[in-house]
Design a protein around this ligand. Structure first.
Ligand code: ADP
Ligand code: ZN
Length: 529
């Protein structure tokens, strides 16, 4: 009944040069494009900025029929389609923001063989209606973007992705390609299995972003540290600062602006017009710093972002990698900076405990947090840790804080025992539990009304920790929490023993701790002229 969209280009290279104006393929692009044009399936793991779009768009232009692109980011479809159209590609999308008339027009164009590419949101493919419509036309290739969303154990699970496996039966003979910029070994396996790609060729690019320098420092005063960091960067550097809540986005942005930094906020609570204006200022002007919640940056293609800063701890290594990956897409030296502290650990452990997702979900969230904390507290190379998380082995990088200024390690066993026995005494003798600040006061023997009121100056551990400063103690507690040697409980994050604490109290578990170094923000290496 219908005619498939005819092939637009005789070869992949023709399409690459005519449509995109690129001279040659990069990395695995050519091999991927060849595999798909020949009708085979592919699983593509490529970091952000690696050039994934070409991998499915070119097969769609060379093969007969329309390329179907499944993408969860509805907000971006519009921009992607506009960019393609500007390059002479007949692209369209179907999503919930359109009127029935608009959707009807797109569907008719597809069935008539007038589209090179059609973007759809995954939930559309969960019902019969869209699938039947797609059967009336002809597909050249099916691309599943952000394929890690199919992983229930990943950080970004979307139930609608589970149904995408059935596209294998529904459109036999149409090659499928799954793409993602973030996948552990386990997620990679799930993509292959759940999207039913047993015969696919796998293309795993290196996840390393060698031009990004990783820096994570203990939080004392996040805003001051952030300001110092930004001021240490070359004049006019564009950057993104990530914070967890809208409120903290607003506060940090206005603080930076007061200090003379060209900073603007970006979060979902802002008016759509304000958001669009801030985004386009960031893209257009030099040296703008956007302070944003994590929603910002998905699909924003600004190649010269010089730094990404985190003032709150990300919930997972995947998230951290994705967010920091928005720096330095142009390959020039860039910095991923983060301030992280005791409060972050307590707050996130609490949020996980109080979440209502059930045990399995809590366990998964805890695993994600633990991996993130391990990255923060590591005394070896950050990059090695990060790449290792994604199943990639490497040596020390020479371009992260721990490589450049190796942290001193000290034996924290006695300090840990002092702290843990104070926790034990309070619990056993008084049936009480307290947060970090109060415990530090006991250990340091503070002479305060509060100590006397609770008669904590009578405890045998009162004042036994005067050899360490308050900041040292915060560092000890943070690291014990990160290593699971101490637990934070309840709404107020009071400290309690964990299962692993006993080994420390008995002197069986070694407690190597890193000596915190604050405010050592070296400059980015000079860019080549
Ligand atoms: P990803 O989706 O993997 O993040 P994109 O497809 O958006 O990456 O491509 C990242 C950037 O690299 C874009 O600016 C794109 O124009 C550019 N790019 C992709 N492939 C090539 C190539 N073969 N030659 C030159 N530039 C390329
Ligand atoms: Zn390193």
């Amino acid at each position: 009944p219908s005619r498939p969209t005819p092939s637009r280009f005789p070869s992949a290279v023709d399409a690459l040069r005519t449509v995109y104006g690129f001279e040659s393929f990069r990395g695995d692009q050519e091999a991927i494009v060849e595999q798909v044009i020949a009708g085979g399936d592919a699983v593509v793991l490529m970091p952000t900025g690696g050039g994934k779009s070409v991998c499915y768009q070119i097969p769609a232009l060379v093969r007969e029929g329309t390329g179907l692109v499944v993408s969860p980011l509805i907000a971006l479809m519009h921009d992607q389609v506009d960019a393609l159209r500007a390059n002479g590609v007949r692209a369209a999308y179907l999503n919930s923001t359109q009127s029935p008339e608009e959707r009807g027009a797109v569907e008719r164009a597809y069935v008539a063989g007038e589209l090179d590419l059609l973007y759809v949101a995954p939930e559309r493919l969960n019902g019969e209606q869209t699938l039947r419509m797609l059967e009336r036309g002809a597909l050249s290739v099916i691309a599943i973007d952000e394929a890690h969303c199919v992983s229930q154990w990943g950080h970004d699970f979307r139930p609608d992705y589970l149904a995408l496996g059935s596209l294998a039966d529904r459109f036999p003979g149409v090659p499928r390609v799954a793409l993602t910029a973030t996948a552990t070994r386990e997620t990679h396996r799930e993509i292959t299995e759940r999207l039913r790609l047993p015969d696919a060729k796998h293309f795993v690019a290196s996840f390393d972003r060698p031009n990004i320098r990783y820096r994570i420092e203990p939080k004392t005063d996040a805003r001051k540290q952030l300001l110092q960091f930004i001021r240490s960067q070359p004049e006019g550097s564009a950057g993104i600062v990530y914070a967890l809540s809208r409120k903290s986005v607003e506060q940090v942005a206005s603080f930076l602006a007061q200090q003379g930094i060209d900073a603007i906020p970006y979060h979902a609570g802002l008016d759509a017009r304000v958001r669009a204006a801030h985004q386009s200022r960031f893209l257009r002007d030099d040296g703008v710093v956007v302070v944003a919640t994590i929603a910002f940056g998905m699909g924003i293609d600004k190649p010269d972002v010089r730094f990404v800063a985190h003032v709150d701890l990300p919930k997972s290594v995947e998230g951290y990698y994705q967010e920091t990956g928005r720096a330095g897409r142009d390959g020039e030296p860039s910095v991923a900076w983060m301030a992280y502290g005791l409060g972050d650990v307590v707050q996130q452990r609490r949020m996980i405990q109080q979440g209502d997702g059930g045990r399995a979900i809590q366990q998964r969230q805890s695993q994600h947090l633990d991996a993130m904390l391990a990255l923060c507290e590591t005394v070896s190379c950050r990059r090695q840790n990060l790449l290792g998380y994604f199943g990639q082995e490497s040596g020390p990088c020479g371009n992260c804080d721990t490589c450049l200024e190796p942290p001193e390690v000290w034996d924290g066993q006695i300090a840990a025992q002092k702290l843990l026995s104070t926790v034990v005494r309070l619990k056993r003798e008084r049936n009480q539990s307290f947060g970090a600040g109060h415990l530090i006061d006991i250990l340091r023997g503070a002479s305060s009304e509060r100590m006397r009121k609770f008669q904590h100056d009578q405890l045998s551990t009162f004042g036994i920790g005067q050899d360490l400063s308050e900041q040292d103690w915060r560092s000890v507690i943070r690291q014990l929490l990160a290593q699971g040697l101490l637990a934070a409980e309840g709404e107020y994050g009071t400290l309690a023993l964990s299962a692993a604490s006993t080994g420390v109290l008995r002197g069986e578990t070694p407690v190597p701790l890193r000596k915190d170094v604050i405010g050592r923000v070296a400059r980015v290496p000079q860019r080549k002229a």
